[in-house]
Design a protein around this ligand. Structure first.
Ligand code: CTP
Length: 442
């Protein structure tokens, strides 16, 4: 019996897939189809696959062509499968020519002509491309622009900035640069905002009133009533209002929160998060700068509110103020019913940017810079039980965040990784520091 094996994602199953499987089947007597796992797709850069694994398997099964369906979960698995299942022929479409020649050592490799004119990517972008405008002043602007190229269903034609550094970085790109927010809004369906937080409320409100979806760097607003008003306005106008915290979309961070909640380190007693950076701050133009709590507060608060919730009993904050309530270092301590948490944030103050989640049985350690990590450890008293976890992180999480935002708009269903309750608690905590509910260090 001649055994044939082929692999693919089979997202939004189409005619090209059908023809490939038919011809693969004709190459032998028994066809094995490997369908890629969601995580495996992510690590190889296919990030906006629309259907979950179970649906994609079902599409392949319903063709009746596969004698066996397996899941492809790791790099190098093809060699294992071919040896274990005693496969005679490995086949894929001609878009892969040359890529799998290394398998010739184990079986015959056949590249079948790819069906012209159709692909899952084309079907995915048939949803009209969403025009995203970018506004603000930060290095993140250009990062966002570059990351948007990896996400299908999105185009960035306009950027609104006065930042000479960003203008210079974008000057050779196919993008219109304007200093006029109204012009930007006129030419987009959705907007990404990375301006100093004091301007968020007014900029978000304007966009929502003009029917534009909004993705805004956290915090969305600095006062609870303003936060509620914006959420209500978005809902009333049927628009997405997303808070942007890249870390929330990093797989490592997402998984460590799940592990912590699933009891792997026992009851959690304490969370300590530190985020700092060293920057020159222009004291003459503070309204254009980010204070430490504005820049790092939302990220540092995220693991605390995600794991312990937002109903703390007490909060005590201390800040080192540069001038006019502008802090360059802030420490906040939270007290919950039976646990505690603290953040330390600095902009133009430096410390070790680690995250430690301490439990009754062990702790989770995430080394600096924890907010863009691809790695963390579970550590126990008996070191032999320690475990290390690695996850691929592409584009600091921006890519995944954009995919969640765009898909939410397309499906008209909010897929944000950050709960509204958490966003609101972040806005309140940052706002409290800025409006003076803080012990000022001198
Ligand atoms: N395939 C094909 N003809 C097409 C599309 C895909 O023969 N028009 C083949 C691929 O070469 C591969 C298999 O079908 O052997 C599964 O491909 P997959 O990557 O899942 O599909 P694509 O449509 O190429 O997906 P994408 O656009 O996301 O790359």
């Amino acid at each position: 019996m001649k055994k044939v094996i082929t692999y693919g994602t089979y997202d939004l199953f189409h005619y090209g897939h059908q023809r490939l499987l038919e011809r693969a089947k004709e190459l032998g007597d028994y066809l094995i189809v490997g369908v890629t796992a969601d995580d495996f797709d992510k690590t190889r850069g296919k990030i906006n696959v629309h259907q979950p694994l179970i649906e994609r398997i079902e599409s392949v099964r319903s063709t009746g062509l596969a004698d066996e369906i397996i899941v492809e979960e790791y790099e190098g698995q093809k060699i294992d499968d071919i040896k274990r299942k005693e496969v005679d022929i490995f086949t894929v479409g001609s878009d892969w020519i040359g890529e799998f020649d290394y398998l010739n050592e184990f079986c015959d490799v056949v590249y079948l002509d790819r069906t012209e004119g159709i692909s899952s990517s084309d079907i995915r972008s048939e949803h009209r491309s969403i025009k995203l405008g970018l506004i603000g002043k930060s290095r993140i602007l250009t990062k966002f622009y570059n990351e948007s190229k990896h996400v299908n269903g999105i185009t960035v034609d306009y950027v609104c900035t006065e930042d000479p550094k960003e203008i210079n970085k974008l000057k050779d790109e196919d993008v219109v640069i304007t200093e006029d927010y109204d012009v930007l809004l006129e030419h987009c369906d959705a907007v990404y905002i990375v301006s100093p937080p004091i301007r968020h409320y007014e900029q978000i409100k304007k966009a929502l009133n003009l029917g534009k979806h909004v993705l805004c760097e956290a915090p969305i607003a600095l006062r609870e009533d303003e936060f509620d008003e914006l959420i209500e306005l978005a809902e009333k106008n049927g628009l997405m209002l997303f808070e942007s915290i890249k870390t929330a979309y990093s797989t490592a961070f997402h998984r460590l929160v799940l592990l912590a909640k699933s009891g792997r380190i026992g009851d959690i007693i304490s969370i300590d998060a530190t985020c700092t950076s060293l920057r020159d701050i222009n004291t003459e133009a503070l309204e254009k700068e980010w204070s430490s709590i504005e820049k790092w507060g939302p990220t540092a608060l995220l693991p605390i509110f995600e794991i312990f919730g937002t109903e703390y009993k007490n909060k005590h904050a201390s800040s080192l103020i540069l001038k006019d309530n502008f802090d360059i270092f802030t420490k906040i301590d939270f007290e919950y019913e039976s646990s505690v948490a603290s953040i330390k944030v600095g902009n133009s103050v430096k410390s070790e940017g680690e995250l430690i989640i301490s439990g009754r049985n062990g702790y989770i350690y995430v080394p600096a810079p924890w907010w863009k990590t691809d790695y963390f450890e579970l550590r126990y008293e008996n070191q032999e039980e320690n475990k290390k976890y690695f996850y691929q992180l592409e584009g600091e999480g921006i890519r995944y965040e954009l995919v969640a935002f765009i898909r939410s708009i397309q499906m008209n269903k909010n897929n944000s990784y950050i709960k509204t309750k958490v966003s609101k608690a972040i806005a309140k905590t940052v706002g409290d520091c800025i409006y003076g509910d803080v012990n000022k260090l001198s």
